[in-house]
Design a protein around this ligand. Structure first.
Ligand code: UD1
Length: 333
């Protein structure tokens, strides 16, 4: 771990899957992360013992003001939120509260208490079912579910706030985040996760009996959905690069965060079988409502703006680290 010489960074949702990786990346880069998480889906054990941890909601202005003052917070990485698309359809107001309202309050608390930099976790879901498979940041925004809309509304709030105040931000539109810390320090531990790689790994370690492919009649090379899977460690390193970009005076910007390369569901299943040396019980089911056939990032802008270069862009490596984590979770249970 690097010597801690850089500033204090508030990580909302730092006990969650991506947030806990960000905490490690910040510490490794010499920052002092401070975690704020209400543990609604986060897990306390994912946060290292030497990192300050506050169990509270990121939308509480007084709590946030106190943390900023107590720790001398310079910037915020805002991960806290709800991420399950079907849940957002059945309970939209919960998503507008947890994602949109919480972000509004957090942004306001930052402005009121002198924090001038925020990195926001947005999503490729803001594009909806895009006309093109490969989407750049100027692709028309047409989210098709409350989850995507709740995130897009936060992008808008940040943009309007950047125009009116000195709070600058980087909004990162994540594609399909997967994998675990290569050193095994953290990983995806959210109960009832819906992500493909997590589900396939749960099958491989015997946590689930079988899995389903949601549709094999898409207009893709093997008929199954294609997505741009990005290793969580590369993703959180993009956050550190974004922090440094803003510290260097960079303007507010919105960037895709993916590799620009897609894999089908069948290719993912094959990688899990390869890495686990098992054969998964895979059944073909109907299409899942709201799924695009293929969605891949045009990842040109993030490279040129942040100078970010992925280090772990390899499906087998993503799967290998996800599997290792799944096994360690099993032995913990
Ligand atoms: C979506 C969101 C993403 C969000 C994520 C969290 C979009 C464009 N993306 O990703 O922003 O963070 O949900 O929920 O809305 N699949 C199966 N069987 C399974 C699970 C998945 O076949 O058991 C298939 C899906 O049909 C899809 C691919 O695997 O083709 C990836 O699905 P998933 O991991 O759920 O992520 P997205 O829906 O792409």
């Amino acid at each position: 771990m690097a010597e801690q010489t850089k500033g204090a960074i508030l990580v909302t949702g730092g006990a969650g899957y991506i947030g806990s990786h960000a905490v490690l990346a910040l510490s490794d880069a010499g920052y002092r992360p401070v975690v704020l998480d209400n543990l609604s889906t986060g897990r306390r054990f994912l946060v290292p013992d030497d990192v300050p941890f506050i169990e509270a909601d990121a939308g509480g202005p007084e709590t946030v003001a106190k943390i900023i003052a107590d720790h001398g917070i310079e910037a915020v990485l805002h991960f806290a939120g709800s991420v399950v698309v079907p849940e957002s359809v059945s309970d939209p107001l919960n998503y507008y509260r947890n994602n949109t309202c919480t972000s509004r309050n957090l942004i306001e608390a930052c402005v009121a208490n002198g924090v001038r930099r925020m990195i926001f976790s947005s999503t490729a879901a803001v594009y909806g079912i895009a006309e093109r498979t490969r989407v750049d940041e100027d692709t028309p925004l047409a989210p098709i579910n409350p989850y995507g809309r709740s995130k897009l509304m936060t992008e808008w709030m940040l943009r309007d706030t950047a125009a009116a105040t000195d709070l600058r931000h980087v909004a990162l539109r994540y594609f399909n985040v997967a994998g675990g810390d290569p050193e095994g320090r953290t990983g995806q531990a959210t109960p009832n996760a819906t992500h493909l790689i997590k589900i396939a790994c749960e099958c491989a370690v015997g946590q689930r009996r079988h899995m389903e492919i949601f549709g094999d009649d898409y207009d893709t090379p093997d008929g199954t959905g294609v997505r741009d899977y990005i290793h969580v460690t590369d993703l959180v390193e993009a956050h550190v690069a974004a922090l440094e970009y803003l510290a260097g005076g960079g303007d507010s910007v919105t960037l895709n965060c993916g590799y620009g390369h897609g894999y089908s569901v069948r290719e993912v299943v094959a990688a899990v079988e390869r890495q686990s040396a098992t054969t998964l019980d895979v059944r073909i089911g109907p299409r899942r409502p709201g799924d695009a056939s293929a969605l891949i990032a045009d990842a040109g802008r993030i490279g040129s703006v942040l100078g970010w270069r992925p280090r772990l862009a390899d499906l087998d490596l993503i799967v290998k680290t996800a599997l290792a984590w799944e096994k360690s979770l099993r032995s913990r249970a």
